[in-house]
Design a protein around this ligand. Structure first.
Ligand SMILES: N[C@@H](CCC(=O)N[C@@H](CS)C(=O)NCC(=O)O)C(=O)O
Length: 237
């Protein structure tokens, strides 16, 4: 059984999409990052980076005891191998899947996360980061559109590469901040993934356990939560 430590976050949603596709046995354990639970010693033993997602596989295929893992890309890769789906075994397709997985974690997710932060959580609007991250995010979406032209998914069949990307588009979308004009291939792929039964189930589950998958903006966070999540500078007025 896999235990997924969760809060309302796109990086956690990636793992839930895969668990729902895989039909592996799993359970959810909340880590309330707005209260600082990511810094508790029990969670830190699994995720020394103090970030979500993290998992404990209580019955790993290899090894004697429970296996803890953090970093969404590594977790996706591990679970896909465990269930024997959503990552190719053949070395070239496998490497191409990892290529897009790393691209998402280091690019689309990291830059998109900063863009969401400066748009929705910063104490005030600051042009430079908004332009910097906005321009780079748009460029990355263009890269995605290029690879999806003529392909249903990023690498052959639906894979962990697609599952890594879609929750981040959704994070912008649900704030009405996703502009797919001029990106027809991304738009088609994004719509197709959201139609998958596992995608729907994952977001229904999140809505049920977390009362909704998102904290939309800074006004929804108490001052103490902002201080924990973003540092003391986040509460200046
Ligand atoms: N590179 C990491 C990023 C993890 C990350 O930043 N997680 C956020 C949620 S999306 C988090 O735990 N935030 C809590 C905090 O900042 O204290 C991954 O892909 O897992």
């Amino acid at each position: 059984m896999i235990e997924l430590f969760y809060y309302m976050s796109p990086n956690v949603q990636k793992i839930l999409l895969l668990l729902e596709e895989s039909k592996l046995d799993y359970k959810l354990s909340v880590v309330d990052v707005t209260k600082g639970e990511q810094y508790g010693s029990a969670f830190a033993a699994v995720s020394p980076n103090h970030r979500l997602p993290a998992i404990v596989d209580h019955a790993p295929t290899i090894g004697r005891g429970p296996l803890g893992l953090f970093e969404s890309g590594a977790i996706l890769f591990y679970i896909a191998d465990k269930c024997g789906q959503f990552v190719a075994v053949e070395p070239v397709a496998r490497a191409r899947t990892l290529q897009w997985l790393f691209w998402q974690v280091g690019g689309l997710g990291a830059i998109g996360g900063q863009l969401i932060h400066f748009r929705n959580y910063a104490p005030r609007a600051i042009d430079y980061p908004l332009t910097r991250f906005g321009t780079e995010h748009r460029r990355l979406l263009g890269v995605l559109d290029g690879v999806l032209a003529g392909h249903d998914y990023l690498v052959d069949d639906y894979s962990i590469a697609d599952m890594a990307c879609v929750p981040w588009l959704y994070a912008h979308d649900r704030r009405d901040q996703l502009d797919l004009d001029g990106l027809p291939h991304v738009a088609r792929w994004y719509a197709a993934v959201r139609e998958r039964p596992a995608f729907r189930r994952a977001y229904e589950i999140l809505a049920e356990v977390a009362g909704g998958p998102y904290v939309a903006n800074r006004s929804m966070l108490e001052v103490d939560a902002r201080r924990i999540l973003f540092g003391a500078h986040a509460v200046e007025e």
